[in-house]
Design a protein around this ligand. Sequence first.
Ligand SMILES: Cc1cc2nc3c(=O)[nH]c(=O)nc-3n(C[C@H](O)[C@H](O)[C@H](O)COP(=O)(O)OP(=O)(O)OC[C@H]3O[C@@H](n4cnc5c(N)ncnc54)[C@H](O)[C@@H]3O)c2cc1C
Length: 328
Amino acid sequence: MVERRTVTSSRRDVLIVGAGVSGMTTAVRLAEDPSRPRVHVLAQHRPERSTSAAAGAIWDPIYANHDDVPRWSAQTYEVLCALHRAGRPEVRLVDGVEASRHPITSPVWATALPGFRECAPAELPPGFCSGWCYRAPIVDMPSYLRYLERRLMAAGTVVSPTRLESLDEALDAARVVVNCSGIGARDLVPDPEVVPVRGQLVAVRNPGVSQFFAEHTDELDEMTYLLPQGEVLLLGGSADKDIDDPVPDPAVARGIIERCAGVVPAVAHAQVLGHRVGIRPQRERVRVERIDAGDGHVLVHNYGHSGAGVSLSWGCAETVAHLLSGVL
Ligand SMILES: Cc1cc2nc3c(=O)[nH]c(=O)nc-3n(C[C@H](O)[C@H](O)[C@H](O)COP(=O)(O)OP(=O)(O)OC[C@H]3O[C@@H](n4cnc5c(N)ncnc54)[C@H](O)[C@@H]3O)c2cc1C
């Protein structure tokens, strides 16, 4: 057992490390719990500078691995739909097509979704041979993270800007710590299984696209997707393993626009509004796990969501709350 410094926090305090979608959602879930624990959030970067702020972000469970992905993604789908029904402008419900360049059958998770049907070949863009239609939540991440922060503030919690060198620092400050540090977990845990996968998007003025298009692929380096968000159309994407350079690459942006113009030709001449880059916390398996950290301290990990952190966020937060029941 590790001997820990005596902490001044009460038994009901919980410290969340990280203010991306995993940390913010977990913090909201815990801060709004009827048992009302005191929740603190600490992060090197504010939410708008996290990887989460760069995400597209369409609900799509395929880019992360864990036996609980079906449950986590279904729970998140429900919450996002409820936010949409409640009139939250940050969450849209959009019809669209997911398609593959290789013949595949529709995955089980898709067949259960509203609006599901197999696409006729004539509905698919050039180069694609299998596809299905469904309705998915698409989240405007910068606004959505601001919305989560407002909910957190209403529950009495603010995000404190602090960089940690190790999780021991957090465990010295609080009896209960939830690690939602994304790619930061590689050094903080430390966990060499977490690897950076750089992703880039281009935001253009929407030339009238109202349906999403998402490529279904296992080949990670280049994928093609178009995600309408009102006046803005987000074009993707890229996935470059072992690269953590946050600066947009003009050649990658040109490739994205070219591929997306193959799906919607008007995109080729759309006005470019901006570029987004984020570093996905790629891991063979998402890690949501409770650890006895010694001397009565509890550490819960919630990281390694790869390319699906938004799609799993509410489900993973629910599991964290479950792992902490009886502790807070
Ligand atoms: C281009 C792109 C498109 C994507 N599209 C989608 C999509 O359509 N749908 C989807 O579901 N997912 C998508 N993703 C994946 C999704 O963005 C990630 O899975 C998700 O953002 C991970 O969230 P997180 O909160 O775990 O990590 P992050 O958002 O990276 O947040 C980590 C937090 O931890 C903090 N931190 C790290 N190290 C330290 C430290 N040492 N001390 C203190 N704080 C620290 C950071 O400052 C940050 O606040 C996309 C990603 C990219 C890059």
